[in-house]
Ligand binder design. Structure first.
Ligand code: ADP
Length: 284
């Protein structure tokens, strides 16, 4: 089956800044992919290029459509959340739902209203009366209630309170997702999403350093916490990272023999953030 997303030699420069530098990527259906990188690493630029909001060099195919040539067609199959609000401020929420029904045949109004019932948004309020977080909730509800094969979320929880963030990642995306669809989520709060991801992409300085399934990531990397007397022994395994915490030393290792490590300390699977820091040498 053709991948949902196929990106070849994607580059984007702003003056002398290379925001994206020869990115190559394919994403099949049935995946939830986390795009993880520090601020300024190129996440937003990549998602904007994928949704045809900016010009770029190279080729992108989203469900067979080149975004810069045919944004309108792309939007019929793709739901997008960027940090910009596109709804007219004078509309009531009820009017916004009617508007969405008119432009998107796959919009399910009842489903959207059900999602909005989990928030404090009233159908007769105007868009301009909503807080920034409520606007994001509204936008999310509208996108999630629209039948699309690809969902692109750029920092979707920005400005949302913790309860709605949890709800979004525990239930809402799960309701949306099936094996025909894929979701790409950029975030720098990867700890909130890692439990739902099937794959993770590490991006830094506009380049992709790693694109790995969570399953492989969990097999490849492990963490062991050891007392002082085992420290030298673990160092001989050439760990990627060493951190002292509460009198113990925690090491992060790649392709290590877990059986051997377990004789020396407590072995665990590291979080995506820990792996990112060890591999990329900086905060995620
Ligand atoms: P992220 O989303 O990972 O924080 P961005 O994609 O927003 O990163 O930015 C990547 C790089 O491109 C940064 O160095 C940023 O300053 C630069 N950049 C992004 N958008 C613009 C723009 N419109 N004009 C100039 N530079 C930009």
């Amino acid at each position: 089956m053709e991948p949902l997303i196929n990106i070849q030699h994607l580059s984007k420069s702003y003056g002398s800044t290379k925001a994206l530098d020869d990115v190559n990527l394919t994403i099949p259906a049935g995946r939830i992919v986390g795009l993880v990188g520090p601020n300024g690493s190129g996440k937003t630029t990549m998602l904007r290029a994928m949704t045809g909001l900016i010009s770029y060099e190279g080729n992108i195919s989203i469900l067979g459509v080149e975004p810069k040539d045919n944004r309108a067609e792309l939007m019929r199959s793709t739901g997008v959340i960027h940090d910009i609000s596109v709804l007219p401020p004078w509309m009531t929420i009820r009017q916004a739902l009617t508007f969405q029904s008119g432009i998107h045949s796959g919009f399910n109004r009842e489903r959207c209203i059900k999602l909005l019932q989990k928030t404090s948004i009233q159908l007769d309020s105007k868009v301009k009366q909503l807080s920034k977080g409520m606007k994001t909730q509204l936008h999310l509800a509208m996108v999630l209630a629209t039948d699309t094969r690809l969902l692109i979320l750029d920092e979707p929880t920005h400005g949302l309170d913790i309860l709605f963030r949890k709800e979004l990642y525990s239930n809402v995306l799960e309701d949306y997702f099936d094996s025909e669809k894929s979701i790409v989520i950029s975030t720098h709060q990867v700890e909130e999403v890692e439990h739902i991801l099937s794959d993770v992409i590490f991006i830094k300085s506009g380049q992709i350093f790693m694109y790995e399934s969570m399953e492989n990531l969990r097999q490849r990397f492990c963490q062991v916490s050891v007392p002082e007397e085992a420290v030298e022994r673990i160092r001989s395994f050439k760990p990627l990272l060493e951190t002292a915490i509460f009198g113990k030393t925690v090491f992060l290792l790649e392709d290590a023999d877990r059986g051997e490590l377990a004789k020396l300390g407590d072995v665990r699977t590291p979080s995506v953030v820990d792996i990112f820091i060890a591999v990329m040498g900086g905060a995620a």
